[in-house]
Ligand binder design. Structure first.
Ligand SMILES: Cc1cc2nc3c(=O)[nH]c(=O)nc-3n(C[C@H](O)[C@H](O)[C@H](O)COP(=O)(O)OP(=O)(O)OC[C@H]3O[C@@H](n4cnc5c(N)ncnc54)[C@H](O)[C@@H]3O)c2cc1C
Length: 384
């Protein structure tokens, strides 16, 4: 059993940790105060390799190993949790387009994506279908060499400025087997957007995308007709470990800030850190965060080896955001009244990680996956 990163991975970790501390952390609050990320800043993010992580080299990407993708999510989140959303959504788009898209669509969109010239969203959720995603009602109807897409996608990360979206729409019977995937350019006639007011992750401009008979060429279908749902589930799988690590990074940073603070703050004649009621809290959260980190990297390592990792992915997605939200909450309280202010990043981090307790599958859905893997499919609640 080998728990070590390779030399290259360690170098990546050190470089990104430094970058997150110096460049991202001082600016983390901007998005919370209403600033919007510019196109130029998105291209700068791309120069770090954030968008091209799993884009083939011939399209300008670097085809990094999966553990390195996790390192990037963990380290950037120490500075600004929002940047991990570029990694999460970018990885899903890269994997789906690389594996299933028409070669012309790949050449155009993967190249633009790797360069940071195109942000690509993921559109599965609808107002009436989230956890129960197989029940979506957005329709794609064949019209000659095109498809016409009609429906609403809700809670879509980057809805405010994405250039394209992977849209899941019904082309056949009810249930999972009637769903296909399409890459829809969001400057197409008939597309409108609505950005939500949200408690956190405001850089991402999450919102709804509306499609009113949006015409796209048939070659923009991603994969086979009616194969879209299964593709989405495969893309979700390892990405859940990326979410786990993004949350771990935010929590680890908060715990380290809390260690520093409690060493320096004196109460009743000695440093806060000398009270076991304080230090034991930090010890407990460090332990749970380490557990979340290990299951997340294990998942990515299994993926790299071509081994099954569904259970570990769901464990990482359940434990990572939960342990992080609890750790950051404790860090906030341990900072006293300073913690409950907008001068420190703790309250923003807490709001940011809570979003990913829900996004990409709620705790109940993750436990359902873990239970299904343990008990067998015949014991799932949604099967008679
Ligand atoms: C920050 C954020 C980013 C997101 N980004 C995207 C995105 O980019 N693209 C996209 O398509 N979607 C996105 N989503 C949507 C997200 O995937 C859904 O919100 C999520 O899957 C849950 O669906 P829902 O909101 O409809 O809740 P529901 O499915 O209505 O669930 C409501 C509650 O019921 C519980 N529940 C549901 N089913 C069961 C069950 N069988 N047993 C027990 N409890 C159950 C859930 O756990 C939850 O607590 C995002 C959401 C958030 C918060």
């Amino acid at each position: 059993m080998d728990f070590a990163f390779t030399d290259d991975q360690r170098l990546l970790q050190q470089t990104l940790r430094q970058f997150a501390k110096e460049k991202l952390l001082p600016n983390y609050a901007r998005w919370d105060r209403g600033e919007k990320i510019s196109r130029e800043e998105i291209r700068e993010v791309a120069k770090l390799g954030v968008f091209g992580l799993r884009v083939p080299e011939r399209f300008g990407g670097q085809m990094a190993d999966y553990v390195s993708c996790g390192i990037m999510a963990e380290e950037l989140s120490r500075g600004d949790f929002n940047y991990s959303l570029f990694i999460q959504l970018g990885l899903i788009a890269s994997e789906l387009l690389s594996d299933y898209a028409h070669p012309e669509v790949q050449a155009e969109w993967l190249t633009r994506h790797a360069a940071g010239d195109a942000v690509i969203g993921f559109g599965l959720t609808e107002p009436s279908a989230g956890s129960d995603a197989a029940n979506i009602t957005t329709r794609a109807v064949r019209s000659g060499d095109d498809y016409l897409i009609t429906g609403e996608k809700a809670s879509i990360t980057f809805a405010g400025y994405a250039d394209a979206c992977l849209v899941f729409a019904r082309t056949g019977e009810s249930g999972a087997r009637g769903i296909s995937a399409f890459l829809v350019p969001l400057d197409s006639p008939g597309v409108t957007r609505q950005v939500y007011k949200t408690p956190g992750e405001r850089l991402t401009q999450r919102g709804s995308l509306f499609f009113d008979s949006v015409r796209i060429p048939a070659r923009n279908r991603v994969g086979d007709e009616r194969g879209g749902f299964a593709q989405a589930m495969v893309a979700f799988d390892f990405n859940r470990a990326i979410i786990g690590l993004a949350c771990v990074g935010a929590a680890q940073q908060s715990l380290e800030e809390t260690i520093d603070y409690t060493k320096g703050r004196h109460v009743f004649g000695k440093p806060l850190a000398k009270f076991e009621g304080v230090a034991f809290q930090v010890a407990e959260h460090l332990t749970l965060i380490e557990a979340a980190r290990l299951v997340s990297y294990k998942c990515l390592w299994l993926k790299e080896q071509g081994q099954k990792h569904t259970k570990e992915a769901a464990m990482a997605k359940w434990l990572g955001p939960k342990a992080a939200a609890e750790a950051i909450h404790a860090c906030l309280i341990l900072h006293g009244h300073y913690g409950y202010s907008m001068d420190l990043p703790l309250e923003q981090r807490w709001r940011d990680v809570v979003g990913l307790e829900i996004g990409d599958g709620t705790p109940e859905i993750m436990k359902g996956v873990i239970a299904r893997e343990a008990y067998g499919r015949e014991f799932t609640a949604y099967r008679d």
